[in-house]
Design a protein around this ligand. Structure first.
Ligand code: 5RP
Length: 252
């Protein structure tokens, strides 16, 4: 739990303790303030983005928002939006998205992101590359100095064909950074996790800095067998962070 008012004195109201999920909700609701009637809205995936989708549905049903078209970034978000009655479409019909709201696993000081620990990086990147405004919503635990430096996974979506070969090629690209790749498994099973697109995910773990992000991105994408990676470089236009001192909105 995080404390949102750390300056409380005896005469102040007691500090409000918000759980991590409540902080995610604070960031998500703040982002939804940017949604206007008539917009085509990219609907993100994950526990933070889920709150934004809930809020958009609530505003639609209360009549405060009208004529929204949602573009879901995963099957699970599609299901959530359908269950909430949000009108949906896709990039074929709406190649330009007005605004997308999504969570992230890591956010660096330049607003570059790691995404995809929830497995939806490919559709997220397609939708978020097509949006005019991309609002990232996180609680402060997601802020890092360097992407991939937190010792946590940097996901890469690959085709299933000869995945062990692709895994080794990925490790070799970053041999000096002590990179180790692991095939993601599905839930509690020993079976590979399969993405919405029928692919696998290799999670890369780095012992040292992976170096220049753009170079790393280019090298990964040059490998045949790789579909996409979870680095979202120079894509976010706004980052909303909820933390113990309140909520901040930073524009690029
Ligand atoms: C899914 C994602 C999510 O946005 C990311 O994993 C953050 O998830 P959460 O909001 O649950 O922490 O990229 O592919």
């Amino acid at each position: 739990s995080l404390v949102v008012s750390s300056t409380a004195t005896q005469s102040s109201p007691p500090p409000v303790i918000l759980s991590q999920d409540e902080l995610k909700k604070v960031a998500a609701y703040k982002a939804v303030e940017f949604v206007e009637s008539g917009m085509v809205v990219g609907l993100g995936t994950g526990s933070t983005a889920k709150h934004a989708v809930d809020k958009i549905a609530e505003l639609l049903h209360s009549g405060k928002l009208k004529n929204i078209v949602g573009i879901p970034t995963s099957k699970i978000t599609h299901e959530q939006a359908v269950s909430l009655g949000i009108p949906l479409s896709d990039l074929n019909a709406h190649p330009i998205v007005d605004l997308a709201i999504d969570g992230a696993d890591e956010v660096d000081p330049q607003m570059n992101l790691v995404k995809g620990r929830g497995g939806s990086l490919l559709r997220e990147k397609m939708v978020e590359a097509a949006t005019k405004k991309f609002i990232v919503i996180v609680d402060e635990s997601k802020l890092v100095n360097h992407l991939g430096g937190s010792g946590l996974a940097m996901p890469v979506e690959i085709v299933p064909f000869c995945w062990e070969f692709t895994l080794k090629r990925l490790e070799m690209l970053f041999i000096e950074a002590g990179c180790v790749g692991k095939l993601r498994k599905g839930g509690n099973s020993e079976e590979p996790y399969v993405t919405d697109n029928g692919n696998y995910i290799i999670d890369l773990y780095f012992k040292k800095d992976m170096g220049d992000l753009k170079d790393a991105s280019d090298a990964i994408l040059r490998l045949a067998g790789v579909v996409e990676h979870g680095m979202f470089i120079d894509m976010a236009t706004t980052v909303i962070v909820a933390g113990k001192l309140g909520v901040s909105v930073t524009n690029k």
